[in-house]
Structures are given as C-alpha cells and as structure tokens.
Design a protein around this ligand. Structure first.
Ligand code: SF4
Length: 91
C-alpha cells in the first residue's frame, strides 16, 4: 500500500472560515518552492503558469512548513482548534 492510499484513509475536520494556516500576502517564492516537495500532504502547489496554491484542508499538522519557511511564507500557523483537524486512522 503506498503513502497516498494510507493518507486517503485519514479524516479531516475543517474549521470553515478559520484556517489554521494562512499564507503571507507576498510569500517568498523560493521559500514556497521548498514546500512543493517537503509538505507530506502535498498541499503547496505551483501550476504551469507559475501561480502558487495552498489549501490547509488535508494538513497533517506536522509543522514542516513552519520550521522550514516560517514567516517568509506564512502569516499564521497554529494547530486547529478543538475537535478540528486531522483524525489519523493509522497509528
Ligand atoms: Fe503540509 Fe505539514 Fe505544513 Fe500541514 S503542517 S501544510 S502537512 S507541511
């Protein structure tokens, strides 16, 4: 079983309107690119036109983006409130 399949069985409770991670207005693009491969949930993306995309739904709360890039790309990073966030099914 590959990682994508295993990640697919996790459940996420999204706190609509209160994202726990918010990108900075002008994220440093070189820093952002580090996360194209580093985010284990593959939530940081860049399309063929070079536009960057991020959606915090599906976040595994690992903290990699915060440690790797911090304020160079992030306006806000916190754990989801209360019962929101990832619900691991494996381990
Ligand atoms: Fe991706 Fe981890 Fe950052 Fe969540 S905390 S967006 S899974 S790198």
């Amino acid at each position: 079983v590959n990682v994508d399949v295993k990640l697919g069985v996790n459940k996420f409770h999204v706190d609509e309107g209160h994202p726990h991670i918010i990108l900075a207005d002008n994220p440093n693009i070189n820093e952002f690119r580090k996360l194209l491969n580093a985010c284990p949930a593959n939530l940081y993306k860049q399309d063929a036109q070079g536009n960057i995309h991020f959606d915090c739904a599906g976040c595994l709360e690992c903290g990699t983006c915060r440690v790797l890039c911090g304020e160079s790309i992030l306006e806000h990073w916190d754990y989801p409130a209360g019962t929101f966030g990832v619900d691991y099914r494996y381990g």
